[in-house]
Write a protein that binds this ligand. Structure first.
Ligand code: URA
Length: 214
């Protein structure tokens, strides 16, 4: 379903993911279809991202006999949305891991410096026992992702993964330099960032396209 580069970047190349991503990129895609496609993509991506989730034994009884099955502990998973565009990933991922807890980090990009400024941070309790999946559709400069992961590491979670829809090579390089221990999952790595920090060819402003604010 995927190819992994040595530096822990997984590009999810499944045809369904690539097809939906192309539809999302089209400038004429409506807010409605953009949002729906992002939901579908998040569910498909979650399948790949959770591939190594730990399993526990569970004694059950089928109509035929007793057996030991395997189950995940969904409550140990935390989806952390980088506001606001990260919220577009939540419902689709919750389809697959409905027991996951949700955290939010509010970071805005200073338009001058492109550096992140934190304005909101709310996480579930007992983060030391949890596996975090940070979600943000666009890994552009990487500054927000780096800041979010830095902040989350202070809580000493069991593990952290970073998930985006699109990445710029610059963002991937920044994340790998600052957090080489954090695997990145994306549906595509695009050509470059433009002078305004937008991914090219990209899909425009993900937040505006999800929420219809433009
Ligand atoms: N954020 C977006 O929404 N789009 C980009 O291309 C880069 C950052």
């Amino acid at each position: 379903m995927s190819t992994t580069t040595p530096a822990k970047v997984t590009v999810i190349t499944h045809p369904l993911v690539q097809h939906k991503l192309t539809l999302m990129r089209k400038k004429e895609s409506s807010t409605n279809s953009f949002r729906r496609l992002l939901g579908e993509l998040s569910t498909l991506m979650a399948y790949e991202i959770t591939r190594d989730m730990p399993l526990q034994d569970l004694e059950i009884e089928t109509p035929m006999e007793k057996m030991t099955g395997k189950v995940i502990d969904g409550k140990k998973q935390v989806l952390v949305s980088i506001l606001r565009a990260g919220n577009g990933f939540l419902d689709g991922m919750l389809n697959v891991i409905p027991g996951a807890r949700i955290g939010h980090i509010g970071l805005y990009r200073d338009p001058e410096t492109l550096q992140p400024v934190e304005y909101y941070f709310k996480m579930p309790s007992e983060m030391q026992e949890r596996d975090i999946i940070v979600v943000d559709p666009m890994l552009a400069t990487g500054n927000s992702a780096v800041a979010a992961v830095e902040r989350l590491k202070q809580l000493q979670p069991r593990s952290i993964k970073f998930v985006c829809l699109l990445a710029a090579p610059e963002g991937v390089a920044t994340m790998q330099k600052m957090h080489p221990d954090v695997p990145i999952f994306t549906a595509a790595i695009d050509r470059e960032l433009n002078d305004h920090g937008y991914i090219m060819p990209g899909l425009g402003d993900a937040g505006d396209r999800i929420f219809g604010t433009k």
